[in-house]
Structure formats: C-alpha cells, structure tokens
Design a protein around this ligand. Structure first.
Ligand code: AMP
Length: 419
C-alpha cells in the first residue's frame, strides 16, 4: 500500500520552501517595525473557545471544525483560526497587566473541513496579527496599513483593499431587524441554511455561496444606512487616516466576513488571479470578544493573511531560473584524499560556505556528474597524488576555467576564492 496525503492536506516540498521562508522573513521584519511581538499558541483548544468566540451559526463552527473528544468526552478542536486562541492566551496570562496595549502576531497552521479546491485546503497556514487594547480608529488604520505593506513588500501590487463598518451593539440590532424583515419576504427563495440563519443570525446570510441567496442579499438593505453617530465617526476617521497616507481602498457595504465577533471595521484584500478563492487576507475589529471569552472589556482588531494564496501569487511572478547553488564541491579520489578533504569540508561549512561532497565517493567522472546536477559554482579535485604534491585543480563550472591551487593553507585560500 502506498500512502499519500489526506484530502485537503498538502506537503510543502523543498523547492517551495524558499518562498515560504521569504514570506515569513519579510513578515517578521515588518512586524518588528510596527512593534508586534510573536506569540505561539497550541493547535488544539477546547471546542467551546471557538463555538462561543466565532459563533454557532458561522460556517466554521457549524460545519468545518475538526473536533476530537478527550478521554472524558469533552470536545477539543484543531484551531480553525487564530484570534480566539490569542485572546484566550491574553486573558489566561493577563498580558494586559504588563502593557495596556498588546500587539501580537502568530504564524502557523489552521484546520477547516471545507471542500478542497484551488486555494482552499483543509490544513492551511496564516499570518495573524492582533492589536488588543485600543478602540481605534488610528489603530485600525495602523493594522490595515501593516497588512497592505506586507503584501506590497512582496511585490504584489495588484491587490485591492475593501473596507466596511459593521456597526456596534447599539446600531447593528436595528439593521439586523430590518434585514430579518426583508429576508422574511423572500423565504421561498432562500436555501435551507439561510432560512434558518435569517431567523437566528441574519448577517450570516451574506456568507452564503448559493447563487439564489447571493441575489437576495445583493438587494437587501446594508448596514451603512444604520450606523450610529459614533460608528460613522469611527469609520470616517479611519478612511481619512488611510487617505492621508495614500493607501487606496474601496468601500464594500456587504463585507461582513463570516465570523460573528466582528464589530465596526472589517476589511479584505482581494486578487483577481486566484479564481473563486479571491481573498488573500481579511480582518476586522472585535471589540466584544475579550469580554465574551471571560476577560476584561478590551477592544481589539486583527487580521489573517492566507499564506498558501500569497505563495501562489508569488510563485506566479517568481523567476524560476533563479536557483540556490552550492559554493563548492570537493571531488575526492583515494582514501587519503577522502579523509583529508572531509575535514576541509567541515571547516569551510563552519565558515558559512555551502560545500557538497559525494558520500559514496565513486570515481571522478561520477563525482563531476553529481557536481553538475547540484549546479555547484566550483569543484576542487583532490586525489592522493594532489595530497602528496600539495597542489590541486579548482574548476569553475560556469567558465570551465581551471586553476591550480596550493593545498597549504587551503582553507583560507578557498575562503578568498569563494567570496
Ligand atoms: P478567515 O480566517 O476566514 O478570515 O480567512 C483569512 C484568510 O485565510 C483568507 O483570506 C484566506 O487567504 C485564508 N484562508 C481561509 N480559509 C482557507 C482555506 N481553507 N485554505 C486556504 N486559505 C484559507
């Protein structure tokens, strides 16, 4: 029997890992200048953390969670997103006692039992940022600009930023009420899920992918007409901060983003290059979540960037001819040469050079073939005779030039030549 990955799960192969490392490196550098600290939380949490935090009627909680009971039958779930876990850690460790404002980021795998397709997996990776302890709108602008900067720093410039305000607990119920009345008139055309949602949590009808339901919500009232004065001020101030620093955006009043915890600002960064899975990043304000999960009443805003989708976009524009090449291959022929050169290899590696050898130590022809396959820059050819005479050949694999090098003080000489 041959094993392969489970449906919706995938390997990240050595050829792809370079892009992942670049992405993480750039993200970490940007988080540093924006004052964010890394946090790592477990991938398994109590199921209730997500069902309470994200909301029962959301797609994630109602159908996509990987839940495994513990020995006492209590639910444990592989995290489908990061915010609830980070907020749990913020409360559990009372991070707010140390600094009143916490700016945290995390990078890691998430798990959702969705129907796999291009850009949608059951295990995927996110870069997450959470800015806890400030009501905004300056922190909203700061966080959205951070998210856009990261994407632009990767050379991805054709992405569009959409923003919206979902109102607060004061004004949103008025909208929900109006929406409920509106949906009640179209009950016959709603799918089974939306019929239920229209009564329990009408905002979630906006998440539905069924064409009939999408048609209905496109004509339904939008939150923009119901925002209270405070929410309107908040949204206007956010827009003006964004305009001041010339970060372009569009307003999309139907952007509700499939999780219950959002309040006021929501945003999404979209591309036209990935087919149906057009969102590469998204986020929003979640002022009530810390309290809902048992902590103090602290406001917060966060985002999640989908790493697979970013990598797919980077790979499209990546120069495939650019490959990493070893600095040197040492071809050793004969017992003495093998023993001697093995020590050189270790010394050169210690000095930071990527040096390769043939572990099976076959003849010169097969070693040169291996060096060619590895695309090394230079090959040092050393036999027992060379060890005896103290001179060997260094071949440049690009120019085919060969130089005789003195084996005395070989390490320093190689360092010089390789630099
Ligand atoms: P969400 O946590 O649903 O707001 O998603 C934030 C980002 O994570 C999205 O914009 C996607 O880039 C990415 N994402 C969400 N679900 C998946 C998935 N199943 N597979 C790959 N990426 C995903």
């Amino acid at each position: 029997m041959e094993f392969s990955t489970i449906k919706g799960f995938k390997d990240i192969l050595p050829d792809e890992v370079g892009n992942w490392q670049q992405l993480e490196k750039k993200a970490r550098r940007l988080f540093h200048v924006f004052g964010f600290n890394e946090i790592k939380t477990p991938v398994l949490e109590r199921t209730e953390l997500f069902s309470r935090g994200i909301g029962q009627e959301t797609d994630i909680v109602s159908k996509e969670m990987y839940t495994i009971p513990d020995s006492k039958g209590r639910g444990q779930t592989l995290r489908p997103e990061a915010t609830a876990s980070v907020v749990r850690a913020y409360i559990q460790h009372r991070l707010y006692q140390k600094y009143p404002v916490q700016k945290l980021f995390s990078i890691g795998p998430m798990f959702r039992h969705e129907r796999p397709q291009r850009g949608r997996y059951r295990q995927f990776h996110q870069i997450n940022a959470e800015f806890i302890g400030d009501p905004g709108p300056k922190s909203d602008a700061d966080l959205i600009i951070l998210c856009m900067s990261l994407i632009n720093n990767l050379g991805l410039n054709e992405l569009k930023l959409q923003i919206n305000s979902l109102g607060c607990l004061k004004c949103r119920p008025l909208f929900q009420h109006e929406l409920q009345d509106n949906l009640a008139q179209k009950e016959d055309a709603l799918c089974e899920d939306c019929l239920r949602r229209s009564k329990t949590n009408p905002l979630r009808v906006f998440d539905c992918k069924v064409e009939g339901c999408r048609q209905i919500v496109s004509k339904a009232p939008t939150i923009s007409d119901f925002l209270c004065a405070e929410c309107l001020d908040h949204f206007n101030a956010l827009k003006s901060y964004m305009n001041d620093v010339k970060v372009p955006f569009a307003i999309d009043h139907s952007l509700v983003r499939g999780l219950d915890y959002y309040t006021r600002t929501t945003f999404e960064i979209q591309t036209e290059h990935l087919g149906a899975q057009n969102a590469v990043a998204g986020g929003g304000r979640y002022d009530g979540l810390v309290k809902l999960l048992g902590g103090p009443d602290h406001p917060a805003i966060g985002f999640a960037i989908g790493m697979e989708r970013i990598i797919a976009l980077i790979s499209e524009q990546h120069d495939k001819t650019k490959i990493n090449r070893p600095n040197l291959f040492i071809a050793a022929i004969g017992e003495k040469a093998e023993i001697e050169t093995f020590q050189w290899v270790m010394k050169l590696r210690k000095a930071g050079f990527w040096v390769e050898i043939d572990y099976a130590a076959k003849g010169l022809k097969s070693q040169m073939k291996k060096a060619g396959r590895l695309a090394v820059k230079k090959v040092l050819i050393v036999g027992d005779d060379e060890i005896a005479t103290g001179k060997a050949i260094l071949r440049d694999m690009d120019t085919k030039n060969q130089d005789e090098v003195d084996l005395q003080d070989i390490i320093n000489k190689l360092k010089e030549l390789l630099l």
